[in-house]
Design a protein around this ligand. Structure first.
Ligand SMILES: [Zn+2]
Length: 67
């Protein structure tokens, strides 16, 4: 296995589909969001910034890679 991403501490950063635990709305949340992300539908917190990798409060239902 060769390291293709030397210098990137968290190569798993990506956009993910997070399902709101409150209303079930699914929206894209960046795994390393630096600000709190709220559900567009009900305002429930979907992701909370922790300083490095955001804590996803909703249920991850898949990735949403862009590009
Ligand atoms: Zn919601």
């Amino acid at each position: 296995m060769r390291k293709a991403h030397v210098g990137v501490p968290e190569p798993s950063s990506r956009f993910q589909n997070a399902k709101c635990s409150s209303c079930g709305e699914v929206q894209v949340v960046y795994s390393h969001a630096t600000t709190r992300v709220n559900c567009n539908s009900c305002g429930n917190a979907l992701a909370t910034a922790t300083g490095s990798k955001a804590r996803i409060d909703g249920e991850i239902v898949g990735s949403a890679e862009q590009g």
